[in-house]
Design a protein around this ligand. Structure first.
Ligand SMILES: Nc1ncnc2c1ncn2[C@@H]1O[C@H](COP(=O)(O)OP(=O)(O)OP(=O)(O)O)[C@@H](O)[C@H]1O
Length: 222
């Protein structure tokens, strides 16, 4: 099998200290490979969001480490360079910006040249089926379309890892299914590694592999 893109090695995360301490993750090991759509399950409070935050470099483990292509993911560096991108339950779009301006944000942060930005934004919007909606603001789009904009923003930097926290949580089941179809297709076509936290069994059905957090540890299902 190919080398893992992202590795969690003995990741532990304890919130607070003393008697108030909560151990959210207690020695999590996980390898994500290119082209793999992996679903992360676990009951509410199991630590799914905590693990995603640590894998993206936005939060630091109390112990253990995360490696991206064999190097430490530190200080959100990988996020800034666009190697790890996230999709959110609430879409997290900027309301005053159009769809294309929202998708452009990560490229502006990375100071990509304007002509290159325009080309890549158009390509990302086309990839999610929204070429005709570039000028609409989030409030002028349906929930499913807003999540597609969120996905376009995530893929515009050509990440090697895509992390998603309940990406279908605010969508009806049919819209959610089409968003998952899109995610699965993009992950396979672009050989990204995806880790998708969800309670939604229909998302787990589409997974190449399912892992579950239980008592702070990862249980590997298939
Ligand atoms: N900033 C924080 N301070 C203290 N405890 C926290 C903090 N963030 C999370 N926790 C605790 O860590 C544990 C894991 O939380 P986390 O949000 O990762 O769970 P989750 O699996 O994503 O849950 P859900 O499915 O409800 O979103 C919970 O017990 C939670 O209360």
């Amino acid at each position: 099998m190919s080398e893992p893109v992202l590795r969690a090695i003995g990741v532990r995360r304890v919130y607070g200290d003393g008697t108030a301490a909560v151990t959210a993750l207690d020695g999590v090991d996980l390898d994500l490979h290119p082209g793999e759509f992996v679903v992360l399950r676990g009951r509410s409070g199991a630590g799914k969001s905590t693990l995603l935050a640590i894998l993206s470099g936005l939060d630091a483990p109390t112990a253990g480490r995360v490696e991206l292509n064999g190097r430490p993911v530190a200080d959100a560096d990988a996020v800034r360079r666009g190697r790890v991108a996230s999709v959110f339950q609430s879409f997290a779009l900027i309301p005053v910006l159009s769809a294309s301006e929202n998708v452009e944000v990560p490229l502006r942060v990375r100071r990509v040249r304007p002509d290159e930005r325009r080309r890549r934004v158009a390509e990302a919007l086309a990839a999610v089926g929204l070429a005709g909606h570039a000028l609409q603001r989030p409030a002028e789009l349906s929930g499913g379309q807003q999540q597609r904009v969120g996905i376009a923003r995530a893929i515009v930097g050509r990440p090697s890892v895509l992390l998603a926290d309940e990406p279908t949580g605010q969508l009806d089941s049919e819209t959610g299914r089409s968003v998952v179809d899109l995610l699965v297709r993009l992950v396979h076509e672009r050989s990204m590694s995806a880790l998708v936290a969800t309670h939604d069994p229909s998302v787990a059905e589409r997974a190449d592999r399912v892992v579950e957090i239980r008592d702070g540890r990862l249980v590997h299902h298939r």
